[in-house]
Design a protein around this ligand. Structure first.
Ligand code: IPE
Ligand code: IPE
Ligand code: MG
Length: 279
């Protein structure tokens, strides 16, 4: 039987979702550095792996709520290229959990119109995981709901470096001339070219760093750091982060007065358009 998330909202969730949506500035793309699984487990005298297992429950909840809130893009940093340096048994468990997540969730994601995407050096993943991931991407490629990206074996510098190599090849083959390499064109060579830059980056567990996540794309992202460990980060903590984001003024280098002016102008324009739709 299909588990439809749109039918699984409590009265309280519905009210809160309506309240958030009515604030009117929901991020289009939310990216999350899911950190603190190990410490969550340690605090409970459990093995680190227990934190990773519980962390999957947070993934389930945040994916579901993002879809219910009609957030268009959600990117989850699940495993960095640097994480390969962890003790082998921990890496093995993480790969097993990833495989299990993909096996168990893909049908439910598909039923809820989620399109699954992955970025990172995917061929470094165990063959089984890589195959499952590609099957899942293929199965969901025509879905039009939440665009869910898993960053796996990912490194921001690696992706920028890879883009430079691809560009160099195109220049050598005469497909591209150096003058045409604008910022916009450069970005089309990144693995993230199918999505807008993140509006909001959330990092759990209180660490104030990007840890090689989306280095190019986060140039103007709002950053929200919470002390909450990832396995404890569920919908209420997410609502808090979204509310905080929506109170911010994004200036992109301009002054506050300019931003105010532009937004009152755009309200004025909307009113004018309503009266004179063709003008
Ligand atoms: C995040 O939690 C999960 C991964 C990086 C795979 P950590 O495992 O980094 O947890 P801490 O930071 O050691 O608490
Ligand atoms: C960042 O967490 C990577 C992921 C959340 C997947 P880490 O725990 O690996 O980051 P550092 O090493 O503390 O910066
Ligand atoms: Mg960590």
């Amino acid at each position: 039987m299909k588990q439809l998330w749109s039918e699984q909202q409590s009265e309280q969730d519905l009210m809160r979702n309506r309240e958030l949506i009515s604030m009117g500035k929901m991020p289009r793309h939310c990216a999350i550095i899911m950190d603190g699984n190990g410490r969550w487990a340690q605090e409970r005298s459990k093995p680190r792996v227990a934190g990773h297992e519980e962390g999957i429950e947070s993934v389930r909840d945040i994916v579901k709520v993002s879809s219910q809130l009609d957030i268009k893009y959600l990117t989850l940093y699940a495993f960095s290229m640097e994480n390969w340096k962890r003790p082998q048994p921990e890496v093995n468990v993480l790969m097993v959990l990833l495989e299990r997540y993909l096996r168990q969730e893909i049908q439910e994601l598909h039923d809820n119109n989620v399109r699954l995407n992955a970025i990172g050096k995917l061929n470094a993943l165990p063959k089984k995981v890589n195959t499952l991931l590609h099957e899942a991407m293929e199965k969901t490629k025509n879905n039009t709901g939440l665009f869910l990206t898993l960053a796996l074996s990912y490194s921001g510098r690696w992706d920028v470096n890879r883009a430079v190599q691809l560009i160099a090849h195109d220049v050598r083959r005469g497909k591209l001339s150096p003058e045409d390499i604008t910022e916009e064109h450069f970005a089309t060579y990144l693995q993230t070219h199918t999505m807008p830059d993140p509006d909001l980056v959330i990092r759990t567990s209180g660490e104030m760093r990007l840890s090689n996540f989306l280095l190019w794309e986060t140039a103007y992202s709002e950053i929200y750091v919470t002390e909450c460990m990832w396995p404890d980060f569920r919908r209420n903590a997410y609502y808090e982060a979204l509310r905080d984001y929506m109170t911010r003024e994004r200036r992109f280098g301009k002054t506050s007065a300019q931003i105010h002016n532009e937004s009152s102008k755009s309200v004025f324009q909307k009113v004018m358009d309503a009266f004179h739709p063709l003008s």
